[in-house]
Design a protein around this ligand. Structure first.
Ligand code: MG
Length: 397
C-alpha cells in the first residue's frame, strides 16, 4: 500500500505517484523522490518562482514590505492545500506542487497587468494567466539541456491549467492529443488534488486580503462587521477576550484572531463537506473522480458566506479609489512597454530579442513580447518603462 509522508495510506480516489501519466519527455525515475515530489522541487528551483517575490498580489510590491506578494500568497495556498490534502488522504506532494506553481504565469501588477496585456494581445489570441503558468513550466523556463520548460508530470500540469476556453482546449488538443486539455472537451473534472488547489487559493486570498486591507487602512474593521462570516469570528473572539479591544494593539490581535478562526473553520468545513460528498459518490478511483461532479468544496452555507466576503472585498478593496489609481498607472506601464518592444524588439533581454528575430509572423512576434512582459517583476517593469519612455509613473525604491 502506498504511504504518504504522513505515514497514512493514500485514499483510493487520490493521484498515486507511481501511476502518473508521465512527462512529455521520458526521464528515469529519481532514486529517492516520487515524481510529484520532483515536480515540486523543480518548481521551487525555477526562476519564475523566485520572481513571484516581486510581483503584486493586490498592493503594488513597493507599497509596503508587509503586504502579501505572489510568493507569500503561493506559500499560504500551499500550506492550506497540504493541510486539507492530509485530512482527505490526497497526494500532498502533488497538491503542494500545483499550489506553488498556480500563479507562475501572473504578470507584474496583478490583475491590472493581466487585463492590460490581454488587451494588447487581442489580435493575437489574448493573454490568460492560467495558460501562461502552463507556458512557463512547459516552455519558458530554460534550465535543462534536453528540453524546454521543467518537463512536469501530467497531473501537475493539469492542475496548473485550471481553466481553459473551448477554443484554447481545441488548439491544445491538436498539439498534445489526449493531453491535459482533453477533459475540457469531454466535460470531465480534474483530479481532487487539482480541485483542492483552486479552493485553497480562494480561502487564502479572502483571508489575507482582509488582513492586508485592514492593515493598509483601506478598509476598516467596522466595515468588515457587515460581513457575517467575519463578524461571527470577531464576535466569538471578543466574547472570549472581552478586554482585547481596550488593550494597546488589542485591535490587531483581534483582527488576527478573527481571521485565524475564519481560516480554520473554512478548512474544517471543506474537509467535512468533501468527505460527505465522497461518502455519497464513493468514487472507486481517479477515473471515477473525473466522471463525477466536482467533489472538493465548501458546504452550501459556507459557500454562500464566502461569496458575501468576496463581494465585500471586490467593492471595498479591489475597487478602492487608491487601488484603482495605481491600477490605471500600472496598465499604462504595461501597454506602453508592449508597444515599445513590439516596435523595437532589440530592447528586450537577449534571449527574447533572439526569439523575436526568428519570429515568422506578427502573431509570433507579439507572443514573444507578451512572454517577456508577463515574466517581469513589478519593479523591473517600472524601471524598464522609465528607461524606455523617460516617464516615471510608478516610483520604485
Ligand atoms: Mg492565486
Amino acid at each position: 500500500m502506498l504511504q504518504e509522508a504522513s505515514g497514512q495510506a493514500l485514499a483510493p480516489w487520490a493521484c498515486v505517484p507511481a501511476e502518473t501519466r508521465g512527462r512529455l519527455h521520458a526521464e528515469a525515475p529519481a532514486p529517492t523522490r516520487s515524481d510529484h515530489q520532483r515536480d515540486r522541487d523543480r518548481i521551487v528551483h525555477s526562476s519564475a518562482f523566485r520572481r513571484l517575490v516581486y510581483k503584486t498580489q493586490v498592493f503594488l510590491n513597493h507599497e509596503g514590505d508587509l503586504f502579501r506578494t505572489r510568493l507569500t500568497h503561493s506559500l499560504e495556498v500551499a500550506q492550506l492545500g497540504r493541510s486539507i490534502a492530509r485530512s482527505l488522504r490526497l497526494n500532498e506532494d502533488l497538491v503542494e506542487a500545483i499550489c506553488l506553481a498556480h500563479d507562475l504565469g501572473h504578470t507584474p501588477f496583478g490583475h491590472a497587468g493581466q487585463d492590460a496585456l490581454n488587451e494588447c494581445m487581442q489580435e493575437w489570441g489574448g493573454f490568460e494567466h492560467n495558460l501562461q503558468s502552463l507556458r512557463v513550466v512547459d516552455r519558458l523556463e530554460e534550465r535543462y539541456p534536453g528540453f524546454d520548460g521543467l518537463n512536469l508530470t501530467f497531473e501537475t500540469r493539469e492542475g496548473i491549467l485550471k481553466h481553459c476556453s473551448r477554443a484554447n482546449a481545441e488548439r491544445m488538443e491538436q498539439r498534445e492529443p489526449g493531453g491535459i486539455a482533453q477533459r475540457f472537451l469531454r466535460g470531465e473534472q480534474p483530479s481532487l488534488e487539482a480541485q483542492l488547489c483552486n479552493l485553497a487559493d480562494e480561502i487564502a486570498y479572502n483571508a489575507h486580503d482582509v488582513d492586508d486591507g485592514v492593515r493598509s487602512g483601506l478598509i476598516s474593521m467596522e466595515q468588515l462587521l457587515a460581513v457575517p462570516l467575519f463578524a461571527r469570528y470577531h464576535g466569538l473572539t471578543l466574547a472570549q477576550y472581552p478586554a482585547l479591544a481596550a488593550q494597546p494593539h488589542g485591535e490587531r490581535r483581534l483582527l488576527y484572531e478573527a481571521i485565524r478562526r475564519m481560516l480554520s473553520d473554512q478548512v474544517y468545513d471543506v474537509v467535512a463537506a468533501t468527505q460527505a460528498r465522497l461518502a455519497e459518490v464513493q468514487p472507486a478511483d481517479l477515473q471515477a473522480v473525473r466522471a463525477a461532479p466536482p467533489l472538493v468544496g465548501f458546504s452550501p452555507a459556507m459557500r454562500a458566506e464566502s461569496i458575501v466576503l468576496k463581494r465585500f472585498l471586490f467593492q471595498n478593496l479591489y475597487r478602492h479609489p487608491q487601488v484603482m489609481q495605481t491600477t490605471d498607472l500600472a496598465q499604462t506601464v504595461v501597454r506602453e512597454l508592449f508597444a515599445v518592444y513590439l516596435a523595437r524588439p532589440q530592447e528586450m533581454k537577449p534571449r527574447f530579442a533572439e526569439r523575436a528575430h526568428t519570429a515568422t509572423d506578427a502573431a509570433a512576434l507579439a507572443r514573444v513580447v507578451c512572454d517577456f512582459v508577463a515574466g517581469m517583476t513589478d519593479r523591473y517593469a517600472a524601471r524598464e518603462h522609465a528607461r524606455l519612455t523617460g516617464k516615471n509613473l510608478l516610483s520604485t525604491p
